[in-house]
Design a binder for this molecule. Structure first.
Ligand SMILES: NC(=O)c1ccc[n+]([C@@H]2O[C@H](COP(=O)([O-])OP(=O)(O)OC[C@H]3O[C@@H](n4cnc5c(N)ncnc54)[C@H](OP(=O)(O)O)[C@@H]3O)[C@@H](O)[C@H]2O)c1
Length: 209
């Protein structure tokens, strides 16, 4: 599969490595331009291509957005239309600036991204685990107990694609519900955030979506 990654920092860079190891072709982008990602692509191999954000969005059957939430308005909406977009973002007002609709809990950061990327199918995932644990804690044998990662979204087919991807990189996907409901249940400050739970434990804590 072809995967675009917009935001290739701690989380996006880690996912690029995990997806490449799982056999996918990956286009990586950041805010400074493809030339600043040549080192990463040389390190990870020929299946990882430096790109602009627009190019990475067009490249991917699935596109990962892994930028600070305050940067969502900068993202190119046109090329992401029709794509499954994975949102790894977490709202931190001290980093992102205060967004009153999030401070008042009127909506969630993933719904804001969905609004901006009209036509895309946004799925929130890979946001509850620290980047270095994402890098190190995947378990390839499904005979071993795997760590769980919650998945929220409004499109069943898009969620299924993200479930498959999570399984391929050694974690257990757990359905957390819709972007509104599940998005709230997997954001910073919740009992599952950074909690390092097995799939079974995560399932029990989330209850039925
Ligand atoms: N760190 C963690 O352990 C962790 C875990 C789960 C979720 N998260 C969440 O995931 C998101 C990314 O976190 P991170 O720790 O990976 O951040 P990071 O290391 O600071 O990386 C952010 C990336 O976003 C890029 N970027 C910023 N604005 C952009 C724009 N307008 N267009 C394209 N790329 C842009 C940056 O590019 P430049 O460097 O070129 O500016 C950088 O590659 C955040 O919302 C964070 O809260 C973080």
């Amino acid at each position: 599969m072809r995967i675009g990654i917009v935001g290739t920092g701690h989380v996006g860079g880690t996912l690029a490595e995990l997806f490449e190891k799982a056999g996918h072709e990956v286009a990586v982008a950041n805010s400074r331009g493809p030339e600043t990602l040549r080192g990463l692509s040389e390190q990870l191999g020929p299946q990882v291509h430096p790109a602009t954000a627009e190019e990475a969005a067009r490249f991917g059957d699935i596109v990962v957005v892994s930028v600070p939430v305050g940067r969502y308005p900068d993202l190119p909406a046109g090329p992401m239309a029709g794509r499954t977009v994975i949102d790894t973002g977490n709202y931190y007002p001290e980093r992102d600036g205060h967004l009153p609709e999030l401070d008042d809990d009127r909506t969630t950061s993933s719904e804001l991204l969905q609004e901006h990327l009209a036509g895309a199918r946004v799925v929130k995932a890979f946001n509850t685990m620290r980047w270095d644990h994402l890098r190190d804690h995947g378990r390839q044998s499904s005979a071993m107990q795997r760590y769980g990662l919650p998945v929220s979204g409004d499109d069943v087919g898009a969620k299924r694609q993200v479930f498959d991807l999570i399984e391929q990189v050694g974690f257990e996907p757990v359905d957390a519900g819709s972007l509104a409901d599940g998005g709230r249940r997997q954001q910073p400050g919740t009992e599952i955030y950074l909690a390092e739970l097995t799939g079974g434990e995560l399932h029990d804590r989330l209850g039925a979506p």
